[in-house]
Design a protein around this ligand. Sequence first.
Ligand code: RUQ
Ligand code: CUA
Length: 676
Amino acid sequence: MRTRLVHSIAAAAAVLTLACGPSGDQQALKAPSQSAGGGAGVAELMAARGLSEADVTAALKTYVPSGKKDDYYIFSSGGQSGQVIVLGIPSMRLLKYIAVFTPEPWQGWGFGDHGSHAILEGGDRHGQKMRWGDTHHPNLSETNGDYDGQFLFIGDKANARMAVIDLKDFATKQIVANPILESDHGAAFVTPNTEYVIESSQYPVPLGGEFEPIENYDEKYRGAATFWKFDREKGRLDPSRSFAIELPPYMQDLSDAGKLVSDGFAFINSFNTERAIGGNMEGRPPLESGASQNDMDYLHVIDWKKAEQVFLAGKAEKIRDFPVISLETAVAEGLLHFVPEPKSPHGADVTPDGRYIVVGGKLDTHATVYSFEKIKALIDAKDYAGTDPYGVPILDFQKSIEGQAELGLGPLHTVFDDQGNAYTSLFVESKIAKWSLKDRTVIEKVPMHYNIGHIAAAHGDTVKPRGHWVVGMNKWAIDRFADVGPLLPQNFQLVDVSGPAMQVVYDAPIPLGEPHYTQIVSADLIEAIDHYSPIGTDPLTWQLDPRATQGGKERIEREGDEVHVYMTQVRSHFTPDTIRVKQGDTVHLYLTNLEQARDATHGFGISSYNVSLSVEPGKQSNATFVADRAGVFPFYCLEFCSALHLEMAGYLLVEPTGGGGAASADRTDAKRHAAR
Ligand code: RUQ
Ligand code: CUA
């Protein structure tokens, strides 16, 4: 190991010497040290900064020079921020926040732009405007069980919603609210050809959102697994071809879809099979102690291909118009089985060959490796060890497992590499355990900084893991970075697993929400556009927006008290740059960025009217607001697009009508409502 380190440092020194040789203009690149010997500069830098050899190798493994791109993208959930966070590997440089469930002004998300409002409104629930989410599990679209780089799905645990992001422009295209659930956790998980995106519930409720006393929990509260049909052509989930399966009121947790031999099945772990309901001020035990009495909970094994047939045969019932296969039907059709799983299980992860399902037991020291082949044989032979109170057949634990891996304290999630190894996060022990799938023995453990939750590996949950990189997602960056007050960022630790020993090579603070899962995809699979074409493209339809304006055709049209402003942008002006309206007019702004160059993004921000638009090259953005306040309102471009960016501005002149008073305020209120 040591020789390897010394070797790589010598190599780095050689590179530095080359770059800093005394020839001509390379002089400017000289390292601080002036000593001539090969490697002396590095050694002195190391001494001056107190860096060890391991530090320097870590730096060499992760440093990506200016102008060079990363090899992998990390797509991370953004937790309570309701967004998605994108980073690069190996540099761990932050690349983008993708606005999803929460308004975000830089991307013009939810600040006037019609398209973004339509998408956000798609996620409204029970008539309530939902403007935050708790994103947990991003999943990339797959073709033949491997990421294809086209779409990203992410679930909102807090409000049982699902979002679709198109990776052509890294923008959210759809949010659907689950009509029968109030929360989810096993979301989003895709099937191997993205036929369905799975969303399973977390906290049981009466399906459909009606009231039932909690005393009726066992009879009336339910979980469910939702299978959202994905229409790849349209790039949208299709609720009209989606269905759910009713589940007992256990707390369903994470999901994973089977692959290869287990394709057609989905696995969901659960906890609280005790059906504890809390009530610690009503004479019942607190939820968490009630929910951790049993030694075993149930791994849910769902035959989704069979369920799809049952749904297509019209055997699903409707709850709030959404097709739900009842528990009774699920049992009768043999599409739902349980297998016991030890002690507060958490992750359920299918191995790359699809043959095994690995489940971590939070309060256990093992990861349990279930054999799909054995489970399938038991199901086919109807060899059951019993049924649960809802009639769901239970398979025998011992007969279903391949074995267990003794890993350490608090195993949660497992990912895989290309060498037949598994990597499991150990929450309580704050370590990653690398173990062999072949004999289930631990090969090595590497300490993580603090409370590792999820873990991700390059293509680590596909049929073709790429190896090399694993990321540990630590809860809270205690004592890790410069202090920023009591609310701590999280800490992503990048681990190089390509050598004989795992090495932590980078700590990246994540300063937006608490990320849960991430996926890591090879950068060459992502084909992102750098401008919208044709000019005036509606990013939702990818078609020319009918309100797009050509250069020279800009105009302002008045119809009664509706003012239509057909506006264009090029560096460095808006046309028109003066808009005259009367107080109380409804202003419809149709804004076309006429540019096709990649560095020509403009924005539109206006004072006092809460409008912020991002108009990337070729994009069309439309906004509507009621000019209910008389006055002079400057608007300006929000991106520093050119030397005359500051001059890229104009005025909205709202002339008073002389009205005013309560009646007129009511009138504009009503209009403002209608405008959105
Ligand atoms: S969770 S730390 Cu929401 Cu995926 Cu396991
Ligand atoms: Cu356009 Cu600044």
